[in-house]
Design a protein around this ligand. Structure first.
Ligand SMILES: C[S@@+](CC[C@H](N)C(=O)[O-])C[C@H]1O[C@@H](n2cnc3c(N)ncnc32)[C@H](O)[C@@H]1O
Length: 281
């Protein structure tokens, strides 16, 4: 797919723009976790280039074979990643505390007793990896937590990583979210962090619909993820995409969910994507 991009962009771009595009791709391979631009001019070129590429990479119209590659390549990528916090965060393990503290402050505004509040019986960690979020955010706040991830090795590691508290894990589900059907009416909170980019638009909408059906009364779905400056930015290293906020919002609306609270995660390094957290019901 990458070669197709380069070939087609060749028709549209001048030589110098094409060179810049190739340089951006090269850097994406070097820094797979943060496909970002160090300075404004590159950002503008990226913006221009992806506005051309976007229609070619339309996730909504992915064919069966392309879809199988999109998911298959991601699985192969994650199988090679070490089962550590650093591995989960693409080398940015140092931001884990800031992330988790931000998430805790966000969630505490929504859970508890009373009208409109979300209960604390059971949570689901989607794309849970080794359980980084389960350990520090969900298990301290919920009686039971289930984990779902496509990489078996991460779930195996989670049992060790979560330690004594792993006894309060209900289920470890090893499956892709595109195929996962959460139990109807089971969850107060369904936490989906740094994984929506691994789903096609259609699968994301359908998954969110299933999540809505899996909520207990007053329950919420939370998406916390990178957002692109504009459009959809593909990452062919880990076989994912990064969508802009407007696109994420429109997919959420398509799933019949409404945003009840939204924040931007502060204090992350400047060079990585902006991260936004959306609570939905
Ligand atoms: C960037 S890591 C984030 C892990 C965890 N959410 C965290 O923040 O620590 C992405 C995780 O998504 C998982 N993943 C990738 N594609 C997936 C899919 N289609 N369904 C479920 N999990 C997937 C990977 O195995 C990996 O554990």
């Amino acid at each position: 797919m990458q070669h197709l991009f380069i070939l087609i962009s060749d028709c549209f771009l001048t030589d110098s723009l094409l060179l810049i595009y190739l340089d951006i791709r090269r850097r994406a391979y070097i820094d797979k976790s943060a496909f970002v631009c160090a300075h404004q001019s590159t950002l503008l070129f990226q913006h221009y280039i992806y506005s051309i590429l976007l229609p070619l990479n339309c996730l909504a119209s992915m064919q069966m074979g392309e879809e199988a590659h999109f998911y298959g390549n991601a699985e192969v990528y994650w199988r090679d990643v070490p089962p550590t916090v650093d591995g989960m965060l693409g080398g940015y393990g140092s931001i884990s505390n800031i992330d988790l503290n931000g998430s805790k402050a966000f969630l505490k505004k929504l859970i508890g007793e009373g009208e409109g509040k979300t209960g604390t019986m059971c949570a689901l960690d989607c794309g849970a990896g080794i359980g980084r979020i389960t350990k520090r955010l969900l298990l301290p706040l919920f009686q039971t937590v289930d984990l779902v991830d496509v990489t078996q090795e991460f779930l195996d590691q989670a049992r060790t990583y979560l330690g004594e508290e792993s006894k309060r894990v209900g289920h470890y589900f090893c499956t892709g979210l595109q195929d996962f059907v959460p139990e109807p009416g089971r969850y107060d909170v369904i936490w989906i962090q740094w994984v929506i980019g691994h789903l096609t638009d259609e699968h994301l909408v359908k998954f969110l619909e299933r999540c809505q059906g899996a909520l207990r009364p007053g329950g919420i779905v939370v998406i916390k993820d990178n957002v692109a400056y504009e459009g959809v930015v593909p990452d062919d290293v880990d076989s994912s995409v990064c969508r802009d906020l407007q696109i994420v919002r429109s997919l959420v609306a398509k799933a019949g969910l409404r945003i009840v609270h939204q924040e931007q995660q502060m204090d992350f390094p400047k060079e990585i994507y902006q991260v936004h957290t959306l609570a939905l019901r």
